[in-house]
Design a protein around this ligand. Structure first.
Ligand code: DGL
Length: 266
């Protein structure tokens, strides 16, 4: 049993989808969450910048002596995880490998769609991992660069003409290709689950990458015996905007307000 906290980070609010799942499946774990809201989005940036930000985010979390880190951001997982994984002397979990694993389990036709930020799709990492496991899979990836800003602005609901139009624009090729499984390869996207599912149709299984990362953590880490299950939230920009939207991503209200961090100090 290990009562140390689990450190989780994302460029913004999206990683809270992993926190939500961790709370559900490991209710005793203490969690330290960092959302790099001052520098979101990561998905429009180059690889070297994403690696630099990822190292800073992990160094910030390390001061809490976590037992594991969750890179609850597909962009950072795709661009930086392989590079930084061995640098810190503790397990670092990403979103990509567990999501690929899940997609392979649930697809019936072998036609899998992947959506993510521009940086994630450019990395080609989902196709690589899926094809390494099964070269016969037909994998189609599509970048959805506007989704993160729309989600961070709360434009996630059915009937919102803006999000419904953008969803149609980005996902039409994947629907036409007949994918039966769609990896939500960005931890912000589960907030769009209803709108995406309405458009793709009920026969398409959505894979939630934040939840898959959380499940991978549960399979691998020594659980807490008597942790309080509390979460502390840190952000790199005005905490009030984070506090206002955080409950959209969580199944409950955050216990306390987020605290401000000068992330460039790390
Ligand atoms: N949640 C991040 C991801 O999973 C958002 C990326 C961004 O900041 O652009 O990719």
């Amino acid at each position: 049993m290990d009562n140390r906290a689990i450190g989780v980070f994302d460029s913004g609010l999206g990683g809270l989808t992993a926190v939500r799942r961790l709370h559900e499946i490991m209710p005793r774990e203490n969690i330290i969450y960092f959302g790099d809201t001052g520098r979101v989005p990561y998905g429009t940036r180059g690889r070297d910048t994403i690696i630099k930000y990822t190292r800073q985010d992990i160094r910030f979390l390390l001061q809490f002596d976590p037992k594991a880190i969750v890179v609850a951001c597909n962009t950072a997982s795709a661009a930086a995880l392989e590079t930084v994984q061995g640098e810190f002397g503790l397990p670092v979990f990403g979103t990509v490998a567990p999501s690929c694993e899940k997609a392979r389990q649930v697809t019936r036709s072998g036609r899998i769609g992947v959506i993510g930020t521009a940086a994630t799709v450019r990395s080609g990492v989902f196709e690589r991992l899926l094809h390494r496991a099964d070269p016969s899979l037909d994998v189609r990836a599509a970048a959805c660069p506007l989704f993160v800003s729309l989600v961070e602005n709360g434009r996630v609901h059915r009937g919102d003409i803006v999000i419904e139009t953008v969803v149609r624009e980005y996902l039409q090729p994947l629907r036409d290709a007949g994918v039966d499984t769609l990896i939500l390869g960005c931890t912000h996207y589960p907030l769009l689950q209803d709108v995406i599912s309405d458009f793709m149709g009920g026969g398409v299984t959505l894979v939630d990458s934040g939840a898959e990362a959380a499940d991978a953590v549960r399979r691998a880490v020594d659980p807490a015996a008597d942790g309080t299950g509390g979460t502390r939230y840190f952000v790199s920009d005005d905490p009030r905007s984070f506090d206002a939207l955080a409950s959209l991503f969580l199944s409950h209200e955050p216990a306390g307000p987020a605290e401000l961090v000068e992330i460039t100090d790390y």
